[in-house]
Every structure is written in structure tokens, then in C-alpha cells.
Design a protein around this ligand. Sequence first.
Ligand SMILES: Nc1ncnc2c1ncn2[C@@H]1O[C@H](COP(=O)(O)OP(=O)(O)OP(=O)(O)O)[C@@H](O)[C@H]1O
Ligand SMILES: [Mg+2]
Length: 234
Amino acid sequence: MAVERISTGIPGLDAMLHGGLIPGRVYLVKGAPGTGKTTLAVHFAMAGVGRGENILYVTLEEPAENLKVDMGKLGFNLNDPRFSLIDATPTAERYVLIRDFFEEFAGNIERMTESIKRQFQEKRYTRVVIDPITMLKLTATEEIDYRRAFLGFMKSMMRLKTTVLLTSELEKTDIEEYLVSGVIELKTFNAGGRLTRALRITKLRGSGFDNAIRSYEITDRGIVVHNDRMISLP
Ligand SMILES: Nc1ncnc2c1ncn2[C@@H]1O[C@H](COP(=O)(O)OP(=O)(O)OP(=O)(O)O)[C@@H](O)[C@H]1O
Ligand SMILES: [Mg+2]
């Protein structure tokens, strides 16, 4: 029996994933600043919205208003009622206004897990995005505690039967990469004086995948993956 797949919202990436992501699991998108992690995450979220699903998107670094404007330019309407956007960015104003809210999310992975579970009591979300998880990691004191908390988070998400996409701009994400079901890596590099973008899948549990490094572009309609174009990294 064919495994059910859900679209990332990017046709070329779905093809690389042999049809899309396996639902009910946790995935990581990693890449340096500006590589397109947020854009990819919004494609994934809006693909769910397009199917009439409810989506929960937690933004921890880019304020909600900026995100709406930037993604609006790429044709995404983040004001859709099916798209629930939680702004957990630590701006001074927010810190004063709803300090608990920020602390609840950004300070600690266990509290974030509890907050997300509470959100599910009101509505069922088929997709959850946490963009990025950096702060949660950097505020963890002991690696072993972080690992345990991260595993607890993943188990909770699986129990909620939701598909989760996490982003990270950190170089070192071995704990997460080891624990999640799939990893997509975004890279930019200089090829003959031009900024070139390339992506690869480094892990996808329960499925085969295209193991080539493929080029992608960020256009005024978002990310386009050229899954017919292979790249040799310098
Ligand atoms: N219309 C467009 N055409 C080309 N590139 C664009 C367009 N709109 C945005 N970009 C590029 O997309 C990139 C931003 O993507 P995005 O915010 O998804 O990256 P990110 O990996 O989430 O970055 P960060 O780590 O800073 O959060 C920028 O490099 C920007 O120049
Ligand atoms: Mg981003």
C-alpha cells in the first residue's frame, strides 16, 4: 500500500521527497540566514490552508507583521482565518505587554510543548510550524535536558497527529537531525560571482528520496525547485 504523502507546497521539492512528506511526523529545515527557511515553511503551511486545513505557525524571530508583509509580496495571504499565527518574538514592547506569552514559548521547549497542546484543545491543526527553534536550543542549559525535552516535544506532536516543520539556522543541529523524521538542507554559495541556491534532502525516514543536490530560486511567487537541475557543490 502506498504511504500517504502531504505536499510541501513546492512541486519540485515534493518530487524530490517521492511525493511529499509522510504525515504525523516532525521535520527539520536547516540553512544559513536568508536561504529561504521561512519561505519554505510558509509554502508548507499555506498548502494546508489551501486544502481547508487549520495551521498553527509560531514565529520566534520575525515579528508577525513583518512576516505578513514579506510573505504577502510572494502571494501568501497570512490573514486567512485558517492560518493561526502566534508571535512569540521577544520585542521589548511584547515583553512588557504579554511577557508570560513570550516566556511560555521562547524560554523553554517544555513550556512551548504545553502551549501548543493547549492550542489544540480549541482546534485541531494538521500542520504546525516553529520558525525557528534556535532560541529554544540556546536557552537550554544542559544538552541532555534539551535532548530529553526535544524528544518529549516530538512525542507530544505525534500524539496530536500533526505534521511539524521546524527551522534552524544553526550549523550544529545534530540532536535534532538525529531525532526528526526528515531533514531538508538549504544552501547558498558563490558560483562565478553569482549567488546560487541549492538544496538537498539528507534524511527521510520510511521513504526513498532524491539524493541529488538540486538548484532552487526564490522568485516573486516563492521557492521554485529545479528538480531537473543537479548542482555540484564547490
Ligand atoms: N521576490 C523575490 N525574489 C528573489 N528573492 C527574494 C524575493 N523575495 C524574497 N527573496 C529572498 O528570500 C530570502 C529570504 O527568505 P527567508 O526569509 O525565507 O529566509 P530565512 O532562511 O528564513 O532567513 P532568516 O534565517 O533570516 O530567517 C532573502 O534572501 C530574499 O532576498
Ligand atoms: Mg526566517
